[in-house]
Design a protein around this ligand. Structure first.
Ligand code: 5GP
Length: 310
């Protein structure tokens, strides 16, 4: 019945070019779209080809798009050929794999003042310096934004306070927490353990502040829940195209190449989980932009997975 009113919305998690699709019954009737587009699915009567419109498109006619099942099946077949060389060789299907990401059903969501603020997740490719960005924006507005206080096994320094810079814990306590999956991520630095717990995020939100975390993108799998409703920002440093345009402040050429590759890799692997790409020109403008995004996040309506609000 939701279909009759055409209230089914899907976020496209892949790019689709009907002209390149040999399987379509009619290329002219196809609806081209890009990853991240929101599609209003008008009919799912046919198991293979749906009819859909792009939200925000002035074109009112619906076009053909591959159904979720059909698209999943053919990407699976494709990946088996790609990866194993010979058919039937060890390829396994992982639904979180970007190669199998097709559509995600979404709905409009607006944060209400009585709800906990959404979690803001920053991921960044090489050179993005997301921690610095996060700290700056929080320092400007500590009543509204906060970090999740991490745990560490290193000794407390005289000027530090338990629960402010860190939760200072023993190695045993840390390992036990890590084993029982209490951290969204953890790592070692100079023989000490550091990690951010899920509880630390909750305690920021309990104070009705917006929690900003910068994590390795693998943590997204843990954080994408209706409890946190993460808004994911991918910070990508602007990499100058050529030597000429390179300013004195940027790194040598190999680093630029590495930065480009890192951004590309992150985009390929995690781009379908990203709500917003922030191109970082410099620290100051990136801060301004991030501040603007955070303000809109509390006011405006966003598309989120349907399962987060049901
Ligand atoms: P410090 O001991 O000087 O406060 O921090 C040393 C380093 O620990 C920081 O530069 C940072 O890279 C790392 N660190 C701090 N908090 C965390 C955390 O929650 N997780 C991880 N993986 N590293 C952290």
């Amino acid at each position: 019945d939701r279909l009759k009113e055409s209230k089914v919305y899907m976020r496209a998690l892949f790019d689709y070019i009907p002209a390149d699709d040999k399987a379509t019954p009619c290329q002219e009737a196809g609806l081209p779209f890009k990853r991240g587009d929101i599609l209003q699915v008008v009919t799912q009567d046919d198991p293979t080809w749906w009819q859909a419109k792009r939200v925000g498109d002035s074109n009112l006619r619906a076009g053909l798009i591959p159904s979720k099942l059909f698209q999943e099946r053919r990407s699976f077949r494709l990946s088996r050929k790609d990866r194993s060389g010979s058919l039937g060789g060890g390829a396994t299907s992982d639904p979180t794999d970007p190669d199998f990401a097709t559509y995600e059903e979404v709905t409009r969501y607006q944060h209400r003042p009585n709800e906990r603020p959404r979690l803001v997740v920053l991921i960044g490719s090489l050179g993005a310096r997301i921690n610095e960005l996060k700290q700056k924006v929080i320092a400007e507005n500590p009543h509204r934004y906060a970090v999740a206080v991490p745990h560490t096994t290193r000794p407390k320094k005289p000027h530090e306070k338990e629960g402010v810079e860190y939760h200072f814990v023993t190695k045993q306590a840390f390992d036990a927490d890590a084993l029982s999956n209490k951290f969204i991520e953890h790592g070692e630095y100079k023989e000490n353990q550091y990690g951010t717990s899920i509880e630390a995020i909750r305690s920021v939100q309990a104070k009705n502040k917006m929690c900003l975390v910068d994590v390795q993108p693998e943590a997204l799998k843990t954080l994408r829940t209706s409890e946190f409703k993460p808004y994911v920002i991918f910070v990508k440093p602007r990499v100058p195209e050529s030597r000429r345009r390179r300013s004195a402040a940027t790194s040598p050429d190999e680093d630029l190449q590495e930065m480009r590759q890192s951004a590309q890799q992150m985009d390929q692997q995690y781009g379908h989980l990203v709500d917003r790409v922030l191109i970082k020109e410099d620290s100051a403008s990136a801060c301004t932009e991030l501040r603007g995004i955070l303000e809109r996040l509390e006011r405006e309506t966003f598309w989120v997975p349907l399962c987060w609000v049901r």
